[in-house]
Write a protein that binds this ligand. Sequence first.
Ligand SMILES: CC(C)(COP(=O)(O)OP(=O)(O)OC[C@H]1O[C@@H](n2cnc3c(N)ncnc32)[C@H](O)[C@@H]1OP(=O)(O)O)[C@@H](O)C(=O)NCCC(=O)NCCS
Length: 329
Amino acid sequence: MKQVTITGIGSYLPERILTNKDLEKIVETNEEWIFTRTGIKERRIAAEGEMPSDMSVKASEKAMAMAGITAADIDMIVVATITPDMPFPCTAAIVQGKIGAKNAFCFDLEAACSGFIFAMETARNYIATGSVKTALVIGAEKISAITDWTDRGTCIIFGDGAGAVILQESNGSNGNIRSTVMASDGTLGDLLKMPGGGALHPASHKTVDDRLHFLKMTGKEVFKHAVRCMGDVGQKALEKCGLAYEDVDCLIPHQANIRIIEAIAERVKAPPEKVFINLERVGNISAASIPVAMDEALKSGRIKKGDIILAVAFGGGFTWGATVLEWGI
Ligand SMILES: CC(C)(COP(=O)(O)OP(=O)(O)OC[C@H]1O[C@@H](n2cnc3c(N)ncnc32)[C@H](O)[C@@H]1OP(=O)(O)O)[C@@H](O)C(=O)NCCC(=O)NCCS
């Protein structure tokens, strides 16, 4: 099996900022409540015609430039998203068309907020077994498109954006992905879902009237599971590659809620300087959360070549997963 590493990374956030103060005009809430209960001050909202594929293109161009490759070098594109441009064709194929990656095969992967970890592990396997050389892995979301702006339990949390990485075989001195562990529990799917638009509830006047095309969440339950699952899976991923939490230079948790992040950090005894948090400015961007955070951690000097990074995610499904990598750029 070949060792696989990230050779390029990039992210993109839409221009429009929606602050907690702005939300006071939309739902019965207040700035302070949102900040103290979630840690979020503002989030980015994509423009009306700005699609997940457009945000993916912007993030991918930066990742390709860093890796020093052109679109023609890409063998596969995987987009992790719960908000594809449309049910099909897949957003990955739309991205392919937009960047001109004519040699790539493309598919989307849906594992909600864990999607990026699942997609990266999928692509890693293709490279590890030698079936492809270069993969573009993207997490891209326009959660604002499935947000119920009358539901104060969800509309305060989510945001839009995209992050992308280029994966290639490691040359031995540019880092590697050490281990990944993924898990799911389909019996808890009802706690975080969008019921409408699939075969169960195809779009109709009734599904629109019943507000089935919006994200639904039982926040308190999701919270409990998120803390336990992310703490456990991080531990398992570290054990799998013979490391412990003390070896981690930077913990990049899914940016769901500051209280979830603090509970995980406490569980694993990670000091604040080792935990990367950008949630205050971006909210929860679902599958884009980890790659956007990873890119910002790199650009702000919080991670450097040789560091051990642990990324942990949790989302609808339920799905959860963790990746340990040695940073190589
Ligand atoms: C959504 C979340 C912030 C709500 O916080 P909470 O502490 O669980 O709050 P509750 O839902 O129990 O509500 C507590 C009270 O605040 C109220 N409340 C809920 N949302 C509010 C808002 N936006 N503004 C003001 N009050 C609000 C509730 O109505 C409730 O009032 P009551 O006690 O009079 O009934 C929290 O559950 C959460 O972050 N869950 C995990 C979300 C997540 O990470 N999801 C993605 C995982 S991938």
